[in-house]
Design a protein around this ligand. Structure first.
Ligand SMILES: CC1(C)CN=C(N2CCN(c3ncnc4sc(C(F)(F)C(F)(F)F)cc34)CC2)S1
Length: 489
C-alpha cells in the first residue's frame, strides 16, 4: 500500500531541494509503490509557490544557502492529501473485492475529476498539471486529468490502472492483463472528448496521436517520472524559476539513476534539454542522453516515436552541428511517413513545419553566406538527408484524408534544394528499394515496418557518395513524385 508514512513526514518542514529529492527517493525505493497523490501535491505546491505572480521578483543571484525553498509545512500537505483521498473515497463506491478495475470504475473516477473542474478556463496555461492545481483551483490540463485519474485509482486500491502516454496524448490501461484501454481526458481544441471509450480503434489508429499502438505504458515509478517531466519551471514567457528547474533536473537524475527512464524517451529528452542549459558534474553529457532517447524509442517502441529525433535535431541545430541535425530530422521524417496525417496530429505538423520552413532555411542562409569553410552545401550526405526529410513528409501526406503540404512549404523547399550545386546533387545515388514490405505498410495500414529506409552500409562511407533508399508504392520511383521532380531538375 502506498502512503504518507512516518519516514516521509519526518522530513517536514521541507526547506531545501535536497529534502524534496530525499522524499522522492524514500517513495521510489520503498517496498510499497510510490504514492502519486503525495508526490504530485508536494511538487505542485513548490512549483506554484515559486512561479505564481506573487513571486515574480526575479532571482537575479542564485541562492547560496542550502535552504533554497519556501518552507513547506507538513500540515499543508496533509490537508491537501486527505482532501484528495476523501473526494475519491466518498465519490466512488470501490468494490475492492474484484481487485481489478472495470471500465465503469475508471469512467467513474474520470467523471469525479471531470465534474470538479472549473467550468471554463484557459486549458493550455502553465502549472495546471498537478493535484495541487486540482485541489486548490479545480483546474487541470489534459495530462493533469489523466494523471489525476491514475492517482485516484491508486487511492481506491486499484493498482492495475496505469498511465499510457503517446507523444501528445494520455490515457489509461487497466484489467487483469493490463490490456484494457480507456480514454479519460480530452485532446486538442474543439474535439468532443471520448472518455470511457477504448483507444484508437477507428481511423485514428493510424494517426501519430496514438503512435501506432506503441505508447509508453507506465509503472508507478514511471508515473512519478511523468509527473516530474510535467513540472513546469516557467515564471513567464522569458524566464524560468531557477529552483524549480533545478528540482526537476535533480529528480530526473534520481529517476534516471534508478533506471526508471529507460523506457521513457521523452523524459530522457527533457533531462537532455536541462543538461544542455546547465550540465551536472559527473553525469553523461546531454548529447549522449539524446542518443539514449533515440535508442529507447527504437528498442522499446519499434521506432514509432518522432520526438526523440526532434529533441536530438534541436540540440544539433542550437549547437551549429548542421550535418548531424539534417540526419536527425531525416530520421524523424522516416518515422512520420508511416502514419496517415489526421486532424489530431497538429502538434507534430507544427514541429515539421518549423523545421522545414524556419530552421532549415535559417541554416541555408548561414551556409550560403560563403563564410563557412566546411559548408554542408558541398556534402552529398546533407543533400541526401534533406531529400529523405522532405520525402518522408510527402509520404506522410500520401493516403491521408487531410493534406499536409501547401505552397508555403514549396518555396523554402525549392530554395533549399537549389542551394546545392549540381555536382554535389549528382553524387547522391538514388537507389530504388522495391522491398514488398516497404510497399505494404502504408496502404493496408495493418502493419507498419520500422526498417529505416536509409541504408547505412551502402550509404555514407567517406569516399563513396551516400545513397538514399526509399520506396514509393505509386510507381517504382524511389521518391514521392514531387521530390522525384526536384531531384531530376
Ligand atoms: C522535441 C520537443 C519539441 C521538445 N519537447 C518536447 N516535449 C516536451 C515534453 N513532453 C512530454 N514529456 C514527458 N512526458 C510526456 S507525456 C506527454 C503527452 F502525452 F503529450 C501528454 F501526456 F498528453 F501530455 C507529453 C510529454 C512533450 C514533448 S518534444
Amino acid at each position: 500500500m502506498a502512503g504518507f508514512r512516518d519516514i516521509d513526514k519526518a522530513l517536514f518542514p521541507i526547506k531545501s531541494i535536497n529534502t524534496v529529492v530525499q522524499l522522492f527517493r524514500n517513495q521510489l525505493e520503498s517496498p510499497s509503490v510510490p504514492d502519486l497523490a503525495l508526490l504530485s501535491i508536494v511538487s505542485g505546491v513548490i512549483e506554484n509557490s515559486l512561479t505564481s505572480r506573487s513571486n515574480t521578483a526575479l532571482q537575479v543571484c542564485e541562492p547560496v544557502e542550502q535552504n533554497n525553498l519556501p518552507v513547506l509545512e507538513l500540515k499543508t500537505v496533509e490537508i491537501l492529501y486527505n482532501k484528495f483521498r476523501s473526494i475519491m473515497l466518498n465519490a466512488v463506491e470501490a468494490n475492492k473485492s474484484k481487485g481489478f478495475a472495470t471500465r465503469e470504475l475508471v469512467k467513474k473516477v474520470s467523471d469525479v475529476i471531470w465534474n470538479s473542474l472549473t467550468r471554463s478556463y484557459y486549458k493550455d496555461r502553465a502549472h495546471l498539471q498537478s493535484l495541487y492545481s486540482f485541489l486548490s483551483g479545480n483546474k487541470l490540463d489534459c495530462f493533469g486529468v489523466a494523471f489525476a485519474v491514475v492517482a485516484g485509482c491508486q487511492c481506491l486500491g486499484f493498482n492495475d490502472v496505469h498511465l499510457a502516454l503517446s507523444e501528445d496524448h494520455a490515457w489509461v490501461i487497466f484489467g487483469e492483463n493490463g490490456t484494457e484501454t480507456a480514454e479519460v481526458t480530452w485532446h486538442g481544441k474543439g474535439n468532443e472528448d471520448k472518455r470511457g471509450q477504448e483507444i484508437g480503434k477507428g481511423v485514428s489508429a493510424r494517426s501519430w496521436l496514438y503512435v501506432n499502438n506503441k505508447p509508453v505504458v507506465c509503472t508507478r515509478h514511471m508515473e512519478v517520472a511523468a509527473l516530474v517531466s510535467a513540472i513546469n519551471p516557467s515564471l513567464n514567457s522569458t524566464h524560468d524559476a531557477y529552483e524549480v528547474a533545478l528540482l526537476q533536473q535533480e529528480l530526473l537524475w534520481l529517476l534516471y539513476d534508478l533506471g526508471h527512464l529507460k523506457k521513457y524517451p521523452m523524459a530522457i529528452g527533457n533531462l537532455g534539454d536541462l543538461e544542455e542549459i546547465s550540465a551536472t558534474e559527473g553525469k553523461v553529457p546531454c548529447k549522449v542522453l539524446f542518443e539514449e532517447a533515440v535508442f529507447s524509442a527504437r528498442n522499446y517502441y519499434s521506432n514509432q516515436h518522432v520526438y526523440p529525433y526532434t529533441y536530438q535535431g534541436g540540440y544539433f541545430y542550437r549547437n551549429k552541428m548542421y550535418e548531424e541535425a539534417f540526419e536527425s530530422w531525416a530520421n524523424a521524417s522516416n518515422v512520420i511517413r508511416m502514419y496517415n496525417y489526421s486532424r489530431d496530429d497538429e502538434e507534430i505538423y507544427k514541429e515539421f513545419l518549423e523545421i522545414a520552413n524556419e530552421l532549415i532555411p535559417h541554416i541555408m542562409k548561414i551556409e550560403s553566406s560563403g563564410f563557412s569553410a566546411n559548408t554542408i552545401l558541398k556534402k552529398p550526405k546533407c543533400f541526401a538527408d534533406l531529400l529523405r526529410f522532405y520525402d518522408g513528409i510527402c509520404q506522410w501526406e500520401e493516403g491521408s484524408a487531410t493534406p499536409v503540404l501547401h505552397i508555403g512549404w514549396a518555396k523554402p523547399l525549392v530554395l533549399t534544394i537549389s542551394r546545392f550545386d549540381a555536382d554535389v546533387r549528382a553524387q547522391v545515388n538514388i537507389v530504388c528499394d522495391k522491398s514488398e514490405e516497404n510497399m505494404l505498410m502504408k496502404k493496408n495500414g495493418t502493419y507498419f515496418n520500422n526498417n529505416n529506409n536509409y541504408d547505412k552500409e551502402n550509404g555514407t562511407t567517406s569516399n563513396e557518395s551516400p545513397s538514399v533508399k526509399n520506396s514509393n508504392d505509386k510507381d517504382n520511383s524511389p521518391f514521392h513524385p514531387s521530390i522525384e521532380a526536384l531531384t531530376a531538375a
